[in-house]
Design a protein around this ligand. Structure first.
Ligand code: GRF
Length: 186
């Protein structure tokens, strides 16, 4: 049995997909950490009885916010950390506390279209192969060793909404499974 912590900032559809799969495994989600007070992901955590923590980045330096996150992760005995729509870059100080143990999902086929608009940038591109990347993080923005990429071929006449929902469908299928596989090996 291993302990998973999830960091998120917003809607939390990936959080939900992960939580549903982990609930049926021998592993445990020990906490949600979120940097936006009104994020919908808090509601999802509450519905699933998962402890959640709001960590504010306002009016303090990043190091202070991250010290608070590090304390929560340590007190929760987290073995693995999943970033699921967490909209901040972690500093090397926090990353180095969990070497190789912080996983991220990004809604494009990295190294293409890193950053906050991965779906829109993919959609606006001339690429026919679109998809997702699950990777271990390093100090960069959406960089770090790739664990898996999943893709689909677009017809070319889908709307942005349709592409977005195809990408989320891939995320919700593969992110929980990849995390469970890593937890199994801890
Ligand atoms: C996902 O598309 C994920 O790939 C990206 O942020 C989005 C989060 O969505 N990093 P949600 O909050 O899980 O619904």
């Amino acid at each position: 049995m291993a302990n998973l912590a999830i960091l998120a900032s917003g809607n939390g559809s990936n959080f939900q997909a992960i939580a549903e799969v982990i609930a049926n495994s021998r592993h445990k989600i020990v906490c949600l950490v979120c940097d936006r007070r009104n994020a919908f992901v808090f509601k999802r955590a509450e519905n699933m009885n998962i402890p959640s923590f709001y960590v504010s980045y306002k009016n303090r330096d990043k190091a202070g916010a991250e010290r608070e996150i590090a304390e929560i992760l340590s007190e929760s005995s987290a073995d693995l950390i999943a970033l699921a729509g967490f909209m901040r870059l972690l500093t090397p100080e926090l990353i180095d506390k969990y070497p190789g143990k912080i996983i991220n999902i990004h809604p494009s086929l990295l190294p293409k279209y890193p950053g906050t608009h991965g779906i829109k940038d993919s959609y606006d591109s001339e690429d026919f192969e679109l998809g997702i990347t699950i990777h271990r993080i390093d100090y960069g923005l959406d960089t770090g060793p790739v664990i898996v990429q999943k893709s689909f071929t677009r017809c070319g006449d889908e709307s942005l909404d349709e592409i977005e929902s195809k990408i989320h469908k891939l995320e919700h299928k593969h992110y929980p499974a990849v995390l469970q596989g890593i937890l199994d090996d801890i």
